[in-house]
Design a protein around this ligand. Structure first.
Ligand SMILES: [Cu+2]
Length: 205
């Protein structure tokens, strides 16, 4: 047994440099633009969103009180392939992998600008750009939703993506006038974008 140990160590090293498609990717930052708000503003927004989304219930402890999106991962698609979120909320995403291989949920831009993982209610999700979902299993992730926009959703495995495992993660502007007023930068961006497309921004009033 002992004489196999160096070989085992070598295979670990080689494994890291080889085409290890199942390894979770590292977080990568694109720096195409600045986030819309400051770190303090995101922290304050997250604090308020958490206060709304997590409630203490007599006899049940903490329970989640927000929206849940259900996403099915299979060979090779996301269902639904377009998932919408509301800025300024904590949203639970229940990922169900119905395939016999690991698939991944996420995208670089989405996790740079659109959302941030928050580990609450017993979850332990790494802050990486693509979240692995093991075969035939489910996992919940809780996201603090940030900058509005349309972000690419894709599986981390390039061959899966090429076979159709991609979609859109769309972050809509904060919904209520109260929330919109609390994030003027987001509201202004939305109004500017809407005006360009033909003035639908008025519906926010
Ligand atoms: Cu996949």
């Amino acid at each position: 047994m002992k004489r196999w140990m160096p070989l085992f160590g070598l295979s670990l090293v080689l494994g890291c440099s080889g085409p290890a498609v199942e390894a979770p990717p590292q977080s990568r930052h694109l720096h195409d633009r600045e986030p819309l708000l400051t770190e303090d503003q995101y922290a304050e927004g997250k604090r308020r969103a958490l206060a709304k989304a997590v409630k203490a219930v007599e006899g049940r402890g903490l329970v989640f009180n927000g929206e849940t999106e259900y996403v099915y991962l299979s060979d090779f698609q996301f269902d639904p392939s377009v998932i919408r979120f509301r800025a300024g909320t904590i949203t639970r995403v229940r990922l169900n992998n119905i395939a016999r291989v690991t698939h991944y949920f996420g995208g670089e831009e989405f996790f740079q600008y659109g959302a941030e993982v928050v580990n609450i209610l017993g979850t332990d999700v790494p802050t990486i750009d693509h979240i692995p979902v093991p075969p035939l299993s489910s996992r919940d992730i809780y996201l603090y939703i940030k900058d509005p926009g349309r972000y690419s959703l894709h599986c981390f495995v390039p061959t899966h993506q090429r076979q159709g495992m991609e979609g859109i993660l769309e972050v809509l502007p904060a919904a209520t006038s109260e929330a919109a007023a609390s994030v003027p930068a987001i509201r202004a961006l939305w109004l500017r974008a809407s005006t360009k497309k033909g003035g639908h921004g008025a519906s926010l009033e």
